[in-house]
Design a protein around this ligand. Structure first.
Ligand SMILES: C[S@@+](CC[C@H](N)C(=O)[O-])C[C@H]1O[C@@H](n2cnc3c(N)ncnc32)[C@H](O)[C@@H]1O
Length: 280
């Protein structure tokens, strides 16, 4: 089944992140800052996790923070793009080496109740079926375990989405889920007490080319299923640039990011079977 137009094409996203592994760290300043803020939130949580999963760990920017915070814990880094994990492995000198697993967040190769904490910075917006991803996380967390994540909300890159809309009408920017829909999906996946909040950040660029290059360097350029095929013609690019120029303020072009922070607690996977049905 083809994903809807504005959802990411998963195999293309994997290839795109694989190709961006070498340039990711140099360009992912925003991702690093959001990761730092997400790690800080762990200070407010009374949890001594023994087994931690960094879901969509990328080049491992958040791994040193996790290893430092939880010195005795086993940390597993999982990503769908192998070259990202290879960068993570090669990252500096490790306090303790994290285990690296190349797999899809929607089909995790772990036993039930394996982890106490799942930490995920800016990966879940790449999921095609967020509820399937949450169900997997509920399965691999022990009851009482914590899921802590960030993802992007619908206002993210709205200037780029609207400008492309004017330039050629194709889908170029992922559709991002609303905070309330994420909360509902968590509840449907039997997570308890979901808490969500949103932070709005704006990054500015001297020109559109710089923003587009940066998105490519982190592997997050256009990988939607409804993207136009073939090369982008000069005419389309010119129309895009002039549409984006409408947003210029104080000499710079803004790119908006709606960052959604969420956490929720895993519940017991037990299901109750009425005695009657067993007798039958
Ligand atoms: C924006 S990067 C974030 C990386 C890292 N968490 C950080 O803070 O820098 C998103 C990562 O999610 C990974 N990813 C995307 N879809 C995935 C999936 N379905 N399963 C596992 N990883 C995925 C990508 O390969 C990429 O490394």
């Amino acid at each position: 089944m083809q994903p809807p137009e504005s959802l990411p094409d998963k195999s293309l996203a994997r290839r795109s992140f694989a190709a961006a592994a070498a340039s990711y760290d140099g360009a992912a300043v925003l991702q690093q800052e959001i990761g730092r803020r997400l790690l800080e939130r762990l200070d407010l949580v009374r949890l001594r996790p023994q087994r931690i999963l960094d879901l969509g760990a990328g080049t491992g920017q958040c791994l040193p923070g996790l290893l430092r915070r939880y010195r005795g814990a086993e940390v597993v880094a999982l990503d769908i793009a192998l070259p990202m994990l290879q960068r993570a492995r090669a990252r500096g000198r490790w306090l303790r080496r994290p285990r690296c697993v190349c797999a899809d967040a929607e089909r995790l190769p772990f036993a039930d109740a394996r982890f106490d904490l799942v930490f995920s910075n800016l990966m879940l917006q790449w999921s095609l079926d967020i509820e399937a991803a949450f169900r997997e996380l509920q399965r691999i967390l022990r009851p009482g375990g914590l899921l802590l994540f960030t993802t992007f909300g619908p206002d993210t890159l709205h200037e780029l989405r609207d400008s492309w809309g004017q330039a050629d009408g194709y889908s170029h920017v992922n559709a991002f889920a609303d905070m309330h829909d994420l909360g509902d999906a968590l509840v449907r996946s039997r997570f308890a007490d979901p808490v969500m909040d949103v932070e709005r950040l704006t990054v500015t660029y001297p020109d559109l080319g710089k923003l587009m290059r940066e998105l490519k360097q982190i592997g997050a350029h256009n990988v939607t299923a409804g993207r136009p095929r073939g090369l982008t013609g000069k005419g389309r690019l010119r129309r895009l640039e002039s549409a984006y120029e409408r947003y210029r303020r104080d000499g710079v072009l803004p790119a908006s990011y709606e960052v959604v922070y969420g956490h929720a607690w895993a519940t017991s996977c037990e299901t109750s079977i009425p005695l009657e049905s067993l007798r039958r």
